[in-house]
Ligand binder design. Structure first.
Ligand code: GAR
Length: 212
């Protein structure tokens, strides 16, 4: 099994805590792979600084700098090829990824969402909006989801989910912190399953194959 080459995509003001969790997991052996490249929509985002301070190349690819989505996608795909990426991980990337990238990396693009999909997800549901919606609805559990990315918001096949309780009096920030701790475990686990070749997509279902 060859170590997996990971590219992480972040956006705008991305803080990069999931990026850091992935880097840490590659360095302590929980993930057999390395983060080869970080692509961000804006230089100066904390996630980009975090990449560089970990010795990882960080490339700004700002959608606004391209005259079309096709050109934006082509630049991303070129970089992914240049760095021999096997897997693309969206970590706080808040846009729809252009379909040309998804086509080029079908079932090799993952995203993490801070809720239990299919609840509290879709366009406009990101970050604290998700946690506020969960609290306002009165759910007693929430969590995070790692899923493969398709052409729609938060709709691709689910790889794994982790659950936390929603406590009486929780603010969105309290819930976000509890969920984030689980995100930092879930993403490396999902990536390692990919690295081991144990994820088999069958329609909506992701089968997790037993360890050989
Ligand atoms: C994470 O909580 C992630 O689940 C969420 O953005 C945060 C990024 O934090 N993503 C979405 O809401 C996507 N719909 P990070 O920059 O510290 O990893």
């Amino acid at each position: 099994m060859k170590p997996v080459n990971i590219a992480v995509l972040v956006s705008g003001h991305g803080r990069g805590s999931n990026l850091q969790a992935i880097i840490d997991a590659t360095r302590d052996g929980r993930v057999e792979g390395r983060v080869a490249l970080v692509i961000g929509t804006r230089d100066g985002a904390p996630a980009m600084d975090r990449a560089r301070s970990n010795g990882i190349p960080a490339a700004e690819v700002a959608p606004k700098a391209f005259s079309s989505d096709t050109e934006y996608a082509a630049r991303i795909v070129n970089l992914l090829h240049e760095y021999n990426a096997d897997l693309v991980c969206l970590a706080g990337y808040m846009r729809i990824l252009p379909s040309k990238v998804i086509d080029a990396y079908r079932w090799r693009v993952m995203n993490i969402h801070p809720g239990l999909i299919p609840l509290f997800c879709g366009k406009g549901m990101y970050g604290e909006h998700v946690h506020q919606a969960a609290i306002d609805y009165g759910v007693k559990v929430s969590g995070c989801t790692v899923h493969f990315v398709d052409e729609h918001y938060d709709s691709g096949p689910i790889i794994l989910q982790k659950v936390v309780s929603v406590e009486e009096g929780d603010t969105a920030g309290d819930l976000a912190a509890r969920v984030l701790a689980e995100e930092h475990k879930a993403y490396p686990e999902a990536i390692q399953l990919f690295a081991e070749g144990r994820l088999k997509v069958d329609g909506r279902i992701v089968h997790i194959l037993p360890k050989p």
